[in-house]
Design a protein around this ligand. Sequence first.
Ligand SMILES: Cc1ncc(C[n+]2csc(CCOP(=O)(O)OP(=O)(O)O)c2C)c(N)n1
Ligand code: SF4
Ligand SMILES: [Mg+2]
Length: 297
Amino acid sequence: METSVLNLPEREYLLPGNRTCAGCGLSIAYRYILKALEGNAIVAVPASCLTVLHGMYPTTSVLIPCVNVAFPSTAASASGLVAGLKALGRTDITVVGFAGDGGTHDIGIQALSGAAERGADFIYICYDNEAYMNTGTQRSSSTPLGAKTATTPVLGKQQHLKDMPRIMEAHSVSYIATACPSYPADLYDKMRKAKTKKGTRYIHISTPCPPGWIFPTKDTVKMGRLAVETGMVTLYEMEDGVFRLTGRSRSVAERGKLKPVGDYIKLQGRFAGISADNLKELQTWVNSRWAGYLKRA
Ligand SMILES: Cc1ncc(C[n+]2csc(CCOP(=O)(O)OP(=O)(O)O)c2C)c(N)n1
Ligand code: SF4
Ligand SMILES: [Mg+2]
């Protein structure tokens, strides 16, 4: 049975007082992820806003152990943790490699690809705020077309984003899911399911970022919902190769249609001044991707 927000567990593993910005989508996602892991996990985290969230040793507001690892090495470090725990006979602990989009799509992709090809037994989570936020919003290969960043300041980025879950699909891993903290029960259920699987599992979470995307901190949940309702983000899972739309994406597919991309980008300063060509191109890209998902579903 699918979880609803009414029966999510009450126990908290992310306590008040962490160091993320107000309205951080990552911190909302992390709260539900930790509930699903029930505290029985070790996370390997590279340089990113998640390191900042964890705080400076010996003070932290997170109730699970975290290993800070070198930026490109998340999946390699997680592989090592799995091997070490196995040697100690501690196969009851879930290992999670947890990196940002820069740490996944760009600098960590080699280690992730290698681990996935070996079928290393951990959950890999990419939280995708669509730029290198921790260092001041530089573009990554997950930044969408037309978004302004510190390194694409005039026209905005002139390339489409890299579709990381599709790359993971090519590795035939046992479980792939996309999620967004605006739909916490959907995220929670996917984490629970990932926990029951073996081998490399990949979860891709879209995490709105108020300072990087330039929107008011009160609008984080709304921004995530609009991302899904416009098709900029699609909620789905692939279990042993079988594709399924979930949550809000499934209900849009069954009973409605996508909102125009303009409804989403007009609320974000990073898209201010986007060219008419780029907006048209973005809408075409969304339409074509959505048609592909509908066909598969
Ligand atoms: C090898 C290496 N290169 C560059 C850096 C600097 N650095 C630290 S965090 C970061 C950005 C991380 O971006 P992302 O993975 O998207 O996470 P976010 O900050 O957005 O949460 C960079 C470039 C580093 N720590 N190590
Ligand atoms: S920069 Fe964005 S992702 Fe990083 S802590 Fe702030 S809101 Fe969260
Ligand atoms: Mg990022």
